[in-house]
Design a binder for this molecule. Sequence first.
Ligand SMILES: Nc1ncnc2c1ncn2[C@@H]1O[C@H](COP(=O)(O)OP(=O)(O)OP(=O)(O)O)[C@@H](O)[C@H]1O
Length: 500
Amino acid sequence: MTEHKSDRILIIDDDDEIRYSLNRVLSSRGYEVEEASSGEAGIEAAKASIFQVIFLDNRMEGMSGLETLQHLRTAASESMVILMTAFGTTQTAIEAMKFGAFDYIIKPFDLKKVLDLTEKALQSFADLQKSRSGTAPLVNSEDYQEGIVGSSEPMQVVFKAIGQVATSNVTVMVTGESGTGKELVARCIHQHSLRSSKPFMAVNCAAIPDNLIESELFGHEKGSFTGATQQRIGKFELCDGGSLFLDEIGDMALPTQTKILRALQEGEIQRVGGEKTIKVDVRLIAATNRDLEKMVEEKSFREDLYYRLNVMRIRIPSLRDRLSDVPSLVDFMLQRLQKDRRMTVKRVSDEALRVMMQYSWPGNVRELENTIQRCVVIAQGDTVLKKDLPQEILEAVPDALTESSGKEGLKSPLQKEEVREELIGNQPQLSTLGLDALWDEVYQRMREGTDRQLLQAAEMEITRRVLKETGGNQVKASTLLGITRATLRKRIDSYGLADA
Ligand SMILES: Nc1ncnc2c1ncn2[C@@H]1O[C@H](COP(=O)(O)OP(=O)(O)OP(=O)(O)O)[C@@H](O)[C@H]1O
């Protein structure tokens, strides 16, 4: 066992058990460990003596971990702080890195990870001592609503990188397949930067014809080319002090690349047809899903611009490489849709989610977003079922079309309730129509393994009875069924109930 006599570690956590167990593990490796049971006590301890590494709990009574972290950045600016969080939220990851944490670790701990991370932190501490060059900037904490979802490991790496680059001015290259969230990440970098009060603008270089892109970026003087009837201010000028996101930068023609390079190197531009040199201070965030290295080799992308843009690179993983993020993305999208418009769909059935987690999502998060939007329109009741998923997804996932799905959502009492809700809309008035008994009967038969068309048969029967009961009044019938009139009309058409 290696001895670490001179290495001192502080554990700040209000949970006695966590402190105890961490202390045991670390002490057994020869580290000198001290404990503090609150943020305040931790700050005092850190002021009193030097700790190379500080384990800091994020959620504590009184002063929170992030608050404590900010104080520690002045009280113990050299210590490597490892934030301990209950689960990896985007916010915590970004904020922790932004406030200068060394890293963070998600509870429950993997002990090997704790020890590896401690070693890494100690190494960084030693390196930093050798070349001390100032501390991370202090920025006031704000409760950001990131809008970026992902608790998978690859996304945590992305969030950390955002936190690391945000407050500097370096150019960032964001790479990833189409629809992975490159623009979202660029926005997030801007929001967390010191430029956040200034504009963020996005230009999709692939969507603008070559002859117009320069005017879009740098502006033009009146009369500089046919059609230039007015002077125009370009994005670089409009964005002065802020961040400019250049999407699909690989699609930019070589002459424009040269001008971008000048804007980056000299901080100045010229409007098309203009003589005057205009000073601009713009942070560039570029994105591409093309192989820029290959383009540099083929001389279709300037090598000097490539190096200038590629100071920091953030690679966003494809959705198929982080399928564990699908449930939280779906949940996030449903919540957002619910906020945006009145919508009855609240969840996706387990079986539908299982299919979604086996699909390869070639269009990444954008495709998932479109799928959810489409499903909520199609779904009846408050749950998106497997049958509501687009055919191409069902066909692409092995076994998704087999009839095991006949009992979709019927395996536990809770799911039974969901089916009941879907069928009779949780409308108390319906019980007066004797539909409870009908529903029980259907449920029983489905449990016995009769195929899923029964669900539709029951739906048809319920709709037919309600229409009969209301004398064909669609307003009353849809209210009773707890569905919209459009859904009712769809049912009437598909079940041929017009004369019911
Ligand atoms: N992690 C995420 N959490 C929530 N929404 C996301 C996430 N990633 C992407 N999205 C959503 O998916 C859509 C596509 O994202 P975005 O436009 O940022 O992708 P992109 O990589 O820039 O695409 P393209 O390369 O086609 O321009 C957007 O509506 C965005 O809000």
